[in-house]
Design a protein around this ligand. Structure first.
Ligand code: IVH
Length: 703
């Protein structure tokens, strides 16, 4: 056992407790960040915790020597250092067809004042689909590697770049400039990508969508031993700062790089004119699927560096280069099945499950179908043979159905009217103009597992229940553990935790501990009673944002009154429907959303459970006959009789709308001392202006 630390004063006692809590919390964040690559706090919050710890240790040096705080102090830095590029890393303009290639060549000739027959050479090379990197060599030794970032400032990835075998630690051969910044593309080969994803999946880690994401994710690892296990490659094709130039042309520069020991792309060709460029483009395109890595076009560059210098740049792209992009790739395959995915807002998104097909070197098994209308428009059916398209980053899409391959007896697709995850009814909303929304949504907001986590986050968020200590990460954690799945569970958490039969104790979870668990329970307890408007907003009903929640709260005064009206409002043309519809600022779209929510039995169940735990505070219903109901009011100047927030709340309670600036729509300006431009503008527009006292008299609260 450790010797007890002498306690001189209650302040020190507090400091000790606080110190212990901070050490525990920071250690938990460190584990999440460094070992799981899944940060649980923002960088700013983490830094604040660290600063607080330092402060306490400064004031109470006896706490600082502990092994734990030293261990924390030694944790690797959270972020990559920023690197300012000496020469900015620019981007390329695009062309898509032969005519545009000709135009590019003509433009270059025009700019240089070259006649049509004067010789002009270009290089043409594959455009590698990876991420560009600047690698700095000083006297032949690799000193720094940086990502492109925003083109002006990137991230220092030196340790990681050193693990790439195509990137030599030392340049060799003759004529290496003393400062030599090599630029090129870091990429991952298809075989390595597939193997990495397989390994990730087996380890229960996240898989990558494409080789470029995998390359980026691998390069941006804080731990370079991880990068070392991910086979990355590099092609050098450009440069940044150079103390002297080893060659006078683009092609010779790349050759020089190869001579220094850098990897360069073997498919670089010298072309004279648009015809040869396009021919090389076709040749590369034909080889594309056999290259073993992703490319998305061919880059053309004026070969002569003196001409490059004359051509210069337009905004952020060189005039002397252009990227000729491949058209979207297409392939034909069979659509086996249409599945429905549920997004976090409950949107039901149809996904085509395809017979695997290679599109541009990538195996495609799924394609998005967008929504019901899209399926109907293209008449896409299960069993159809379809044309699939993949364009760059975009999720594969179905272009069309091959009509003459449709199996006999196929039926048009019938979009489900129920959520495939929770079986609640799906609804397709109608907007103000009476037009149906393109998206079907699951109405089981509170019980649909697909939506539950996001809804819970909303429920606890600052403008809703504002439960401190239950942030997004914690909610995900409790949801995963099965401890919180509906809002009511939040309020029964402590009871269940205290149950001697319960096997999981929250204080034993990593990152919780005694103090934070106690704090969490306290902040939950504090919300057992909550303003009606916050409670309504927290339910996360469609179209019921903070403002509408307040309007409804003010109109109905109690949750039960709102609930009764919403239930009765299911019927269009009902009195209840009209009542909601007539609330100032609330329209039929909101009335319908409200009715839909309460018509869903699942939601009612969840609500009943929640109302056993939480009591929404009744609110004084607004007098709709107030003299300022429906009026738009602006407060300005230094108010003396009430604070601005107070004035706003009171005016809104009386049915007025409070605006921040004066316009033609303003009805009343309340001006305190020192009112300036707003008062002048109101006078100019002939808007009624009142002093604070006059305002109080108007609303019947004057003395
Ligand atoms: S030259 C001044 N050559 O494409 C521009 N870029 O769209 C220098 N890229 O950020 C770039 N392969 O990441 C050049 N052979 C190649 C390339 C290439 C891929 C990327 C690079 C650049 C982006 C511009």
């Amino acid at each position: 056992m450790k010797a007890p630390v002498p306690i001189a004063s209650p302040t020190q006692l507090e400091a000790r407790a606080e110190h212990a809590r901070l050490v525990e919390e920071i250690a938990a964040h460190d584990v999440s960040y460094h070992q799981r690559d899944a940060p649980t706090v923002s960088d700013a919050d983490y830094d604040a915790l660290r600063r607080r710890l330092e402060k306490i240790e400064k004031a109470f040096p006896e706490l600082a020597g502990s092994a734990v705080s030293q261990q924390i102090g030694a944790a690797p830095s959270e972020k990559f250092a920023k690197v300012r590029h000496v020469v900015p890393m620019l981007s390329l303009g695009n062309v898509f067809d032969e005519a545009e290639v000709e135009e590019f060549v003509a433009r270059v000739r025009r700019f240089l004042g070259l006649g049509e027959t004067a010789p002009l050479a270009f290089t043409a090379e594959p455009k590698i689909d990876g991420l560009s990197c600047n690698i700095r060599y000083v006297d032949g030794a690799l000193t720094q590697a940086a990502t492109r970032g925003d083109g002006f400032e990137g991230e220092d990835v030196t340790a990681n770049a050193r693990t790439i075998t195509d990137v030599p630690h030392k340049l060799h051969g003759r004529g290496v400039p003393s400062i030599c910044e090599v630029r090129g593309e870091i990429y991952m080969r298809h075989v390595d990508f597939a193997a990495l994803n397989e390994r990730q999946a087996k380890d229960g880690e996240k898989t990558f969508a494409n080789p470029r994401n995998a390359a980026a994710g691998s390069l941006r690892q804080l731990d370079s031993t991880i990068t070392a296990q991910r086979p990355l490659h590099f092609f050098a094709y450009a440069w940044g700062e150079m103390s002297e130039m080893p060659a006078a042309s683009q092609r010779e520069m790349v050759k020089a790089f190869a001579g220094f020991g850098l990897a360069t792309n073997p498919r670089l060709a010298l072309c004279r004119g648009a015809g040869e460029l396009t021919a090389h483009f076709r040749a590369i395109e034909a080889e594309r699927s056999k290259l073993g890595y992703d490319i998305d076009g061919v880059v053309y560059k004026v070969d002569d560096l003196a001409l490059q210098a004359r051509l210069g740049f337009v905004s952020r792209s060189p005039r002397w280069a252009v990227a000729h992009k491949f058209p979207a790739e297409q392939a034909t395959t069979v659509l086996r099945k249409i599945d429905i995915q549920v997004g976090r807002t409950g949107a039901l998104t149809p996904v085509a499950r395809l017979e695997p097909v290679t599109v541009g070197g990538v195996v495609v098994t799924n394609a998005t179908l967008h929504n019901e209308d899209e399926i109907a428009r293209k008449d896409i059916r299960e069993g159809d043979t379809v044309v699939v398209q993949r364009a760059g980053d975009v999720i594969p899409q179905i272009v069309e159905v091959v009509a003459d391959k449709r199996p006999v007896g196929s039926k048009p697709y019938d979009f489900p009217k129920k959520c495939p995850v929770c079986d609640s009814a799906a609804v397709r909303e109608v907007d103000e103009k009476g037009e149906a929304d393109a998206v079907w949504r699951c109405s089981g907001g509170l019980v649909c597992p697909a939506q539950a986590v996001e809804r819970l986050k909303h429920f606890c968020s600052r403008l809703a229940m504002d439960i401190e200590g239950l942030g997004d990460k914690q909610i995900e954690f409790f949801f995963e553990k099965g401890l919180i799945t509906t809002p009511a569970d939040i309020f029964t958490l402590q009871r269940r935790d205290a149950d001697p039969a319960s096997l999981t104790k929250i204080r034993n979870f990593e990152g919780f501990g005694e103090t934070s668990t106690r704090n969490l329970f306290a902040s939950i307890e504090a919300r057992r009673s909550i303003g009606l408007n916050r409670f309504i907003y927290a339910l996360g009903m469609r179209r019921i944002g903070e403002t509408n929640a307040r309007r409804l709260a003010r109109h109905f005064g109690t949750f039960e009154a709102l609930r009764a009206a919403a239930r009765a409002a299911k019927e269009r043309g009902s009195e209840a429907r009209a009542e909601i519809n007539n609330i100032s600022g609330v329209g039929d779209v909101v009335a319908e959303a409200l009715a839909d929510f309460f018509a869903e039995a699942h939601n009612e169940e969840v609500l009943d459970a929640l109302l056993k735990e939480v009591a929404p505070e009744p609110m004084a219903a607004v007098k709709s006959d107030s003299p300022v109901a429906g009026k738009t009011v602006v407060f300005t100047g230094a108010l003396e009789k009430f604070t601005r927030d107070e004035a706003k709340a009171r005016a809104e309670r009386l049915g007025a709308k409070v605006a921040g600036s004066v316009s033609k729509k303003t009805d009343i300006l309340v001006a305190g001392p020192g009112a300036g431009s707003k008062l002048a503008k109101a006078r100019e527009l002939g808007i009624e202006t009142l002093t604070e006292d006059e305002w109080l008299a108007r609303i019947g609260e004057g003395t």
